[in-house]
Ligand binder design. Structure first.
Ligand code: CP
Length: 358
């Protein structure tokens, strides 16, 4: 297995920075590690003695548990640095004496003693500034020689997207001709980031699927993401379209992925100097959410999908708001397979970028 293209690289904007062939290598390795794990094979030689530092600025079940289990199954150590108990890493201009520590100092220190740093940050810890967290992870990467892993920022969740592509490959054998719809869904909270939908539509177009993005007016994704989706689908011979009709997203889909995300008005926007040029309007976000409570997946929508169509969700799902119980617990739901694949996806990422032995 060729691995020398991966060692030492960051996994921050994985959908943009890694080629289709590299995604295929990651998917193949994840499935290989999954099979070996099922057979009880020892994998502890792969990252023996290597340390992963994680920092969660937001809550997490799946990402936290699967990174912890994954690095330990590969023979490494998991060290969770709670940003509330360390001096909270802070970007220039956001420092508070004896409470925070500048990112460059944290990154250079951890670089001396560990082998990778994984970070989750979006929403309030990122001051609701769109792109703030993504920039902070890149600031870490600029100051640390060891790889940085994005465990979900305000723009991308590439670990989730890789697990999702693995799940699609398992269910359909490949990507060509598979229709995937990423749909907005109502939630009682407007705080869910755009990271999952943006990463999933990027990864799915990169892999050559026929992708539909469905959302009510006002829930548009980042225009830069949309531009890349169009470019990827042109390159791979897949397709990409956008609809504002909930039911239309389900019609003929092999994969439906209805989940909530925030409006553009959830965020502050800054110029190149970091000055806020457009302020968040959370009252506007809440009002847009409340007008679209009908975007909840029921068996009526699932009946519109193609034969063998599956329901995906990254979890946690807001039951009774994003989705009905009889869908998420029903025969078309693959959400637990998808969550399990987070483990295998991240083992493949860590094994390759942390210079694993094979
Ligand atoms: N899907 C996902 O990232 O789950 P957690 O928020 O529980 O980590």
């Amino acid at each position: 297995m060729k691995t020398n293209n991966f060692a030492g690289r960051d996994w921050i904007d994985g959908e943009l920075d890694y080629s289709k062939e590299e995604w295929e290598t990651l998917i193949d390795l994840a499935l290989h590690l999954k099979r070996e794990f099922a057979m009880g094979k020892d994998q502890s030689y792969i990252l023996k003695g290597k340390t992963l530092f994680s920092m969660f600025f937001n809550q997490s079940l799946r990402t936290r548990s699967t990174f912890a289990a994954g690095i330990q199954q590969l023979g490494g150590f998991y060290n969770e640095l709670d940003p509330g108990k360390t001096y909270t890493p802070a970007r220039v201009g956001y420092e508070v004496p004896y409470k925070t520590e500048r990112v460059c100092d944290v990154a250079r220190m951890l670089d001396r003693v560990g082998n990778a740093i994984a970070i989750r940050m979006y929403g309030p810890p990122a001051h609701w500034i769109y792109g703030f967290a993504n920039t902070m992870i890149k600031d870490f990467a600029d100051n640390a020689g060891i790889p940085l892993i994005n465990m979900e920022c305000d723009m991308y969740h590439p670990c989730q997207a890789l697990a999702d592509m693995i799940t699609v490959k398992e269910k359909f054998g490949g990507f060509k001709g598979v229709n995937l719809t990423m749909s907005w869904a109502y939630s009682g909270s407007f705080e869910k980031p755009r990271a999952v939908p943006q990463s999933v539509v990027l990864a799915a177009t990169k892999m050559g699927m026929n992708v539909t993005l469905a959302h009510p007016k006002g829930f548009d994704l980042d225009p830069n993401v949309i531009q890349h989706c169009k470019q990827f689908s042109n390159e791979t011979g897949g397709s990409f379209k956008i609809t504002n009709d909930f039911d239309q997203g389900f019609e003929g889909a092999h994969v439906v992925y209805p989940k909530s995300w925030g409006t553009a008005s959830c965020f502050n926007y800054t110029d190149a100097t970091g000055k806020i040029v457009k302020k968040a309007d959370h009252a506007d976000a809440e009002s847009k959410f409340n007008k679209n409570k009908k975007w909840r997946t029921s068996t009526k929508q699932m009946a519109l999908t193609a034969k063998g169509g599956i329901y995906m969700h990254c979890l946690p799902a807001d039951r009774g708001q994003e989705v009905d119980d009889d869908v998420i617990d029903g025969p078309q739901s693959v959400v637990i397979d998808e969550a399990e694949n987070r483990l295998h996806a991240q083992k493949a990422i860590m094994a390759l970028i942390m210079g694993g032995r094979f």
